[in-house]
Design a protein around this ligand. Structure first.
Ligand SMILES: C[S@@+](CC[C@H](N)C(=O)[O-])C[C@H]1O[C@@H](n2cnc3c(N)ncnc32)[C@H](O)[C@@H]1O
Length: 242
């Protein structure tokens, strides 16, 4: 049985000082770090079991969502009370467990991951925290899994290969009903997206081009309305118009 979210605590004493650079992306500027630490100290913290998992993931170098992104998910899940959540990019299950924690009773989560080592860790974590009956983990490449899914999913969290978001979008749109919410993480690419395309290293140029294309697609689609937030590594909140 899932125990409902308890009273919200703030993160102040749990903020893992000096560890922000372990999250995805390069370290923020000093001002950015201080601002994030201040805001995190005010926002409601994840429960102790998730903080434990967060510490483990950071120690192992698993790229999990940053604290501000955790807050973003907490807020929108509490507000929209989804019945079915889809996540693309499970890693070891941290964000799936966080969404499960804040979701209303009866909510089911489907998440997908392609790396075998992470899949087995995620399965173990879902069992360890009593969520295996609410979270379905699909193994494989999202490009192949997404077309096999039946919607609707009223809440979708996109957190996999950044260069693939644009390719996932037609399937995501098929699965997202009117009134549904799509949250896409890491859309600013550690601010590299702000640079001229010539200043971007050759390795990152394709991701850069595809992410710009993705942002143009989700902001220009008349069925969608999108808010781009400078939060964590950049997040886009997209609402499918009802
Ligand atoms: C940033 S991590 C996800 C972190 C996770 N959402 C969390 O915060 O706990 C991205 C994950 O997506 C997975 N991934 C990347 N491309 C994928 C694909 N095409 N299909 C399935 N999983 C993919 C990676 O192996 C990686 O574990």
């Amino acid at each position: 049985m899932k125990s409902g979210p308890g009273p919200e605590e703030t993160r102040s004493e749990q903020y893992i000082a000096g560890q922000t650079d372990f999250y995805e992306g390069r370290p923020d500027t000093e001002r950015g770090e201080r601002l994030a630490a201040f805001i995190e100290s005010m926002e409601a913290a994840a429960p102790p079991f998730l903080r434990e998992l967060e510490k483990e993931a950071l120690a192992e170098g698993i790229p999990i969502i940053r604290p501000r992104t955790q807050g973003l998910l907490r807020f929108f899940i509490t507000m929209t009370r989804p019945g079915r959540i889809l996540e693309v990019g499970t890693a070891t299950g941290f964000s799936a467990l966080l969404m499960d924690h804040w979701a209303p009773a009866g909510c089911r989560i489907t998440t997908m991951e392609k790396m075998p080592a992470r899949i087995s860790q995620a399965r173990a974590n879902f069992l360890r925290y009593g969520a295996a009956d609410r979270i379905t983990l699909l193994e494989g490449d999202a490009m192949e899994l997404l077309p096999q899914l039946e919607g609707p999913f009223d809440f979708i969290f996109m957190d996999a290969a950044k260069g693939q978001y644009i390719h996932y979008l037609p399937e995501i749109k098929r699965l997202l009903p009117p009134g549904g919410l799509l949250i896409s993480d890491n859309i600013l690419q550690q601010e590299e997206l702000l640079e001229s395309r010539f200043a971007v290293t050759r390795r990152n140029r394709t991701i850069y081009k595809r992410m710009r294309e993705y942002l143009r697609a989700i902001t220009g689609d008349p069925d969608l309305t999108t808010l781009i937030l400078e939060l964590g590594d950049g997040a886009a909140v997209t609402y499918r118009k009802a």
